[in-house]
Design a protein around this ligand. Structure first.
Ligand SMILES: [Zn+2]
Length: 148
């Protein structure tokens, strides 16, 4: 997972921001918003153009996390899959990879998002918004090797 840490560091350095929305823009990834009942968001690539679609009903912190998570897919997994969609608590993918591989992708995207948002909120280190902390903790709780 060290390479994800490197990726986040390089990305933040390259663009001078750790705001997931700005990073998506600088990386030519389109961010769209839509209404969904179950789907938090997904990444999709159509004709080599990358899109992140976010459920605009999410609260601002979860929305930020989902954008960061999908940005992770867009930067790390866009060659492996066409679409990754979070629905009813599980991620669906139409790639031909196995579930285990999909699970690895999800863990990588979560790790990417956690690192990026910790960087984004660095100034608040000891006073992260509690809503954000809850989300980060929920998604940081992921196996060994994810030393944050
Ligand atoms: Zn995902």
């Amino acid at each position: 997972m060290k390479y994800i840490r490197e990726l986040v560091r390089e990305l933040v350095h390259k663009h001078g921001t750790s705001n997931p929305m700005d990073l998506a823009k600088f990386e030519n990834i389109h961010v769209e918003f839509d209404f969904y009942e179950e789907t938090k968001g997904y990444f999709i690539k159509i004709d080599e153009i990358k899109y992140i679609v976010i459920n605009q009903l999410l609260n601002e912190f979860l929305m930020l996390f989902v954008i960061a998570h999908e940005l992770g897919h867009a930067l790390m997994h866009s060659n492996n899959t066409y679409i990754m969609k979070y629905e009813k608590g599980i991620y669906h993918t139409d790639s031909h990879e196995t579930f285990i591989t999909n699970n690895i992708y999800e863990r990588e995207a979560n790790y990417f998002a956690v690192l990026l948002l910790r960087s984004y909120f660095q100034a608040y280190e000891n006073s992260l918004p509690s809503e954000l902390l809850e989300i980060l903790n929920a998604y940081s709780n992921i196996k060994e090797g994810f030393d944050l």
